[in-house]
Every structure is written in structure tokens, then in C-alpha cells.
Write a protein that binds this ligand. Structure first.
Ligand SMILES: Nc1ncnc2c1ncn2[C@@H]1O[C@H](COP(=O)(O)OP(=O)(O)OP(=O)(O)O)[C@@H](O)[C@H]1O
Ligand SMILES: [Mg+2]
Length: 326
């Protein structure tokens, strides 16, 4: 069987807008030295669907998202794999792809009004009717007084309002793919829920392909259609979001076990022992083996490929694929 991406799992008719195949990113701390950041990542982002990317801090989620838009940090390069847009045209940030981040400060400039910043982002075809389009965008993200918000500076808005303004700015470019990287982590819980529902609503109305990056598996279960779990730069399990009901990879099981149960029932909270290895210190074999309760000899020696089962779910684990022992 060959490694698989999410193609088998996508509903018939879902249009892949952006596809990454075998995506790899290296970090070059000095000439001639490459540290692997992300490797072998397959993603298929479809119109009207939300694909979640989860994993502990440092697994490579933001770097993967940055690579899709050609926005990698200094010293990093996408030097493996391919990124393809459906219509074959090269698209970058500001056209096909837009980002919203955890910290509106990464998008909003404190010295310009919200209105001015959104106007700057409008594509040429909307510039002739900038005022109407600005109002439309601000209404779309749930502001009831668009004129007042347009004249505000970012610091005059609450955290939730800044997040809405950032969404309006992202939508201004009429993107087909929206990358939301921890979009609500900095907000309090009730505001989080509102912003996430807004995101889901916008996705439906604008038929966006959404890549949702989050630590919150509850959010994933509620909003995502497809799920990819990353560990130390690779996807270790992927499939429709209900794989969370019975994950196969020991890492994904560990992530779920680390969640507190709302009803307080069940086993006590068990985190995953150890930590994500830093760049340059990733172990040979399966990257998860030093932390894995199922690890055996082969796991220390050879890296498992992401393999699809008959149900279209894919897992990269020696114990869980054909001939496995657990
Ligand atoms: N600008 C940078 N220079 C060097 N290394 C970096 C840089 N940005 C990220 N890294 C490293 O690349 C790896 C992947 O980082 P990334 O930011 O993608 O993780 P993440 O999964 O988004 O984590 P988090 O959940 O904390 O946002 C980590 O080891 C990180 O330390
Ligand atoms: Mg990140």
C-alpha cells in the first residue's frame, strides 16, 4: 500500500482548492546544515470543508501553514514536495490564501484605523466601491456599527472585536483558503465560542476551505471535517474527524487521555510523558518511540509510513498497521 493523503476521505464533489504533496521544510541555521522541520506532509484543502491540524507545541503546524502561503520564517525553506492550486495558477497570501492568527497584533497595525487597513487589502476589483465593500465586510463579521469600527484604531477594540476585524481583513482579499492558526486561544471562553461559530458560518457562506490549527480537540470535534495529527514534523494519523472516537496512533490516544473529562468520570488525567524533541534532536525510527508505551525494536530503527486502511483512515505506526502487534 502506498502512503496516502486525504483524497479517499473527501466527500464526492468536494473541490480540492489547495493540495500539498510530500511537503518538506528545512531550517538552515548555517550554510550547508539542514535541520528538518516538516517532512512528507500531504494536505488536501477543499472548498466548504474544515481541515484541522493538531499536535503539541513545536510539532510544525504553523510552519506547515506558513509554507502553504510562501511565508516561511527566515532561515527556512520549503525544499521538498509540491503545493498546487486547483486552477494551476500560482497563488500567494493576499490572493488565494489568507491567515488569521492568535494575536491580532500580527495582522493589525496599531497606527492605522481598522478601515484603512482593510481598504489596503481590497483587491483591485473592489477598490472602486471600497466604502460599500468595507461596510459589507464589517457587517459580515458581526459588527453592528461598521462605520464606527472602521474609524477605530485596533487598541480601541476588545480582543474579540480585534479578532473580528482581523477576519474582515482576511476576507477582504476574497480568499479561497483561510488558515486560522490558534484563532481564539488568547480570548476568554465565551468570546472564543462566538468567534469559532462566526468562522464556521463564514466558511459556509463563502465556501472557504479552512485550515484550522488548534490545541483544542473539543473545537476540532465540533468544527472540523477532516483531521491531521502532527508529531515532530510529520503527520502521524489522519482521517475524518470522528477518528477521535477511536484513534489508532498511541500519540493521538495520549493527546485525548490528557484531556480532562467534563463529567469527571473515567480514568484520571494522564499526560504523555516526555516532550516533543527540538529541531536537530529528533530520534531515528518512529519519532514518537521514546514516549510511546507500545514501542518495540522496529520502532527504534525504522520510521513507519503513513498508511491508509480500508476505511480511508491513515496511521503511521508499526503497531497499528498490517501485521502490527497491538
Ligand atoms: N523562526 C524560526 N526559527 C527557527 N526555528 C523555528 C522558527 N519557527 C519555528 N521554529 C521551530 O520549528 C519547529 C516547528 O515550529 P512551529 O511553530 O511550526 O510549531 P507549532 O506546531 O506551530 O507549535 P505551537 O503549537 O507552539 O504554535 C519547532 O521546533 C520550532 O522551534
Ligand atoms: Mg504554531
Amino acid at each position: 500500500m502506498k502512503p496516502t493523503d486525504s483524497s479517499g476521505r473527501v466527500k464526492a464533489g468536494a473541490e480540492a482548492v489547495l493540495t500539498a504533496t510530500g511537503l518538506g521544510v528545512g531550517f538552515f541555521p548555517e550554510a550547508g546544515r539542514r535541520l528538518e522541520v516538516v517532512a512528507g506532509v500531504d494536505l488536501r484543502l477543499c472548498a466548504g470543508r474544515t481541515t484541522a491540524l493538531v499536535g503539541e507545541s513545536g510539532c510544525g503546524k504553523s510552519v506547515t501553514a506558513a509554507a502553504l502561503g510562501g511565508l516561511l520564517p527566515r532561515g527556512m525553506a520549503q525544499d521538498e514536495g509540491e503545493i498546487r492550486w486547483a486552477d494551476g495558477a500560482a497563488r500567494g497570501p493576499g490572493r488565494g490564501l489568507a491567515y488569521v492568527f492568535q494575536d491580532p497584533g500580527e495582522c493589525l497595525d496599531p497606527v492605522f484605523t481598522v478601515g484603512n487597513q482593510i481598504r489596503e487589502t481590497l483587491p483591485r476589483e473592489d477598490r472602486g466601491r471600497a466604502r460599500e465593500r468595507l461596510e459589507e465586510l464589517l457587517l459580515t463579521v458581526g459588527f453592528t456599527e461598521p462605520a464606527r469600527v472602521a474609524e477605530s484604531y485596533p487598541h480601541q477594540l476588545s480582543g474579540g472585536m480585534q479578532q473580528r476585524a482581523m477576519l474582515a481583513m482576511a476576507l477582504a482579499s476574497r480568499p479561497r483558503v483561510l488558515v486560522a492558526d490558534e484563532p481564539t486561544t488568547a480570548l476568554d471562553v465565551t468570546v472564543q465560542a462566538k468567534i469559532l461559530h462566526l468562522l464556521a458560518d463564514l466558511q459556509r457562506r463563502e465556501n472557504l476551505a479552512v485550515l484550522l490549527i488548534t490545541h483544542n480537540l473539543g473545537v476540532v470535534a465540533e468544527l472540523a471535517d477532516d483531521l491531521h495529527v502532527m508529531y515532530a514534523g510529520r503527520i502521524v494519523e489522519s482521517g475524518p474527524v470522528d477518528l477521535l472516537r477511536a484513534p489508532r496512533h498511541p500519540y493521538v490516544r495520549g493527546l485525548l487521555n490528557a484531556l480532562p473529562r467534563l463529567d469527571g468520570a473515567g480514568e484520571k488525567l494522564e499526560g504523555i510523558p516526555g516532550a516533543v524533541p527540538p529541531l536537530g534532536r529528533r530520534p531515528a525510527g518512529c519519532r514518537f518511540h521514546p514516549r510511546c508505551p507500545l514501542a518495540r525494536e522496529i520502532c527504534r530503527e525504522r520510521e513507519p509510513e503513513l498508511r491508509a486502511g480500508a476505511d480511508g483512515r491513515a496511521v503511521a505506526c508499526w503497531a497499528r498497521t498490517e501485521g502490527g502487534w497491538a
